[in-house]
Design a protein around this ligand. Structure first.
Ligand code: PLP
Length: 413
């Protein structure tokens, strides 16, 4: 028999499976609220106008080097710009304090946010050797997969309180305080927690940072929605910068994705930044060398097509401003759809309280629908979402929101 006949069951990713079921459903009024991708009010993908402009320029320039290999660590200019974007350096004026702060950071280009999470996890597994990694319950399911692949024992902190439909701050602090061990890694969502759409308040973030310091935990920020969540790049980076600027200095890292905020999903653009507590160039060199060792062995280098687009937008003032308008367009439409859904549910007098739909932020709403209700939505109404009841709000449009509200109304009665 085959050497692979007894492989463990590794059923495919639920989100992509639901998306496939949606794709093959012939119903003319089907609605997908499954995949975390931006859609226009016509339900179509949206290549950002700022991205299109750069694509046209690049095509016209016809640079013969555009398909050449790049350095293993990636495009250095792209890395500086993306570092500045998340940590809040403006790139022009540079005080002594800023210069020193930048010297704390080692950056490499990655295969999008997933690749940044993976390279970071593997690096920490090998060189920090944490006893555990703490992942929120629930979280982006890939966090569990990524950390299991690198062999670090996983524990969860109880992020979501289903009774209050809010962040269970006290339970999180309690468990970390009593059970986390020095050197453990804690995965934190920088903004727009996936799947709940609920982030800690500023006071709660401050308490989490203090706890990390007190217990010697290593914060691992996953940042997949900067600028996409609120429309404001600085607001969405607030928690990362709080930890970064904390005194005494902490070591930490950030996995940065450009899938959502540049609409470059399939281009796989990302970066991993590891922050040290000193500003020794020798230590940074060692970190970069070791990250490059992993990258070389796994895929040699991240792709350069999408990262060139991001670099050009971040380095040219006019394009950057246009991109910020694109971010506002996307985040505003999502906020408007949250309001529209809530409004329709109120008009229908749907049983229950649905205020959480507008209190949550970012791509997703954790609707509170049960598995049975989610299945009924699909079977009776051709409205698709994942089993947890997480709805990707950008699948809503002005023309389908009433249909979705009626479907929800039907399944909860
Ligand atoms: N982290 C979180 C929390 C996400 O929601 C996502 C995308 O859905 C990612 C990371 C990474 O996505 P990508 O690999 O497409 O950049």
């Amino acid at each position: 028999s085959s050497a692979f006949a007894k492989l463990p069951d590794a059923a495919g990713d639920e989100i992509f499976a639901v998306n496939h079921a949606f794709t093959i459903d012939p119903h003319p009024q089907k609605v997908s609220l499954a995949l975390g991708v931006y859609r226009t009010n016509e339900g179509k993908p949206w290549p950002l106008p700022s991205v299109r402009k750069v694509e046209e320029k690049l095509f016209a320039e016809n640079d013969i080097n555009r398909h050449e290999y790049q350095a293993i660590e990636g495009d250095k200019v792209f890395l500086k710009l993306t570092r500045d974007l998340i940590f809040g350096f403006n790139g022009r004026t540079e005080s002594l304090a800023e210069k020193q702060a930048k010297r704390r950071i080692a950056s490499v280009q990655t295969v999008s946010g997933t690749g940044a999470n993976h390279v970071g996890a593997l690096f920490l597994a090998q060189h920090l050797k944490p006893k555990h990694v703490w992942i929120s319950n629930p979280s982006w399911p890939n966090h569990q997969t990524i950390w299991s692949l690198v062999g670090v024992p996983r524990k969860t902190y109880p992020y979501f309180n289903s009774r209050t439909r809010s962040f269970d701050f006290c339970a999180t602090i309690d468990i970390l305080d009593s059970e986390a061990q020095e050197g453990d890694v804690i995965v934190l969502h920088a903004c727009s927690h996936n799947p709940t759409g609920i982030d800690p308040t500023m006071e709660q973030w401050i308490a989490i940072a203090d706890l990390c310091e007190k217990k010697g935990l290593f914060p691992f920020f996953d940042c997949a929605y900067q600028g996409f969540a609120s429309g404001c790049l600085d607001e969405d980076a607030w928690a990362v910068r709080l930890f970064f600027n904390k005194q005494p200095r902490m070591e930490m890292c950030v996995a940065q994705s450009f899938s959502k905020n540049f609409g470059l999903y399939g281009q796989r653009v990302g970066a991993f930044h590891l922050v040290t507590n000193g500003d020794s160039a020798a230590v940074i060199d060692l970190v970069v060398q070791n990250l490059c060792h992993i990258i070389r062995g796994e895929y040699t280098m991240a792709p350069r097509g999408g990262s060139t687009i991001v670099r050009r937008i971040l380095e040219e003032d006019a394009l950057r401003k246009e991109w910020q308008r694109d971010l506002i367009e996307m985040s505003s439409r999502i906020k408007a759809m949250r309001r529209a859904l809530l409004n329709e549910l109120r008009i229908l007098n749907t049983p229950g309280n649905w205020d959480h739909i507008i209190n949550q932020s970012g791509m997703f709403s954790y609707t509170g629908l049960t598995l049975k209700q989610v299945l009924a939505l699909k079977d009776r109404h051709h409205v698709y979402m994942v089993k947890s009841g997480r709805a990707s709000i950008s699948g809503l449009t002005e023309s389908n929101v009433l249909r979705v509200a009626r479907a929800i109304d039907d399944v909860v009665r």
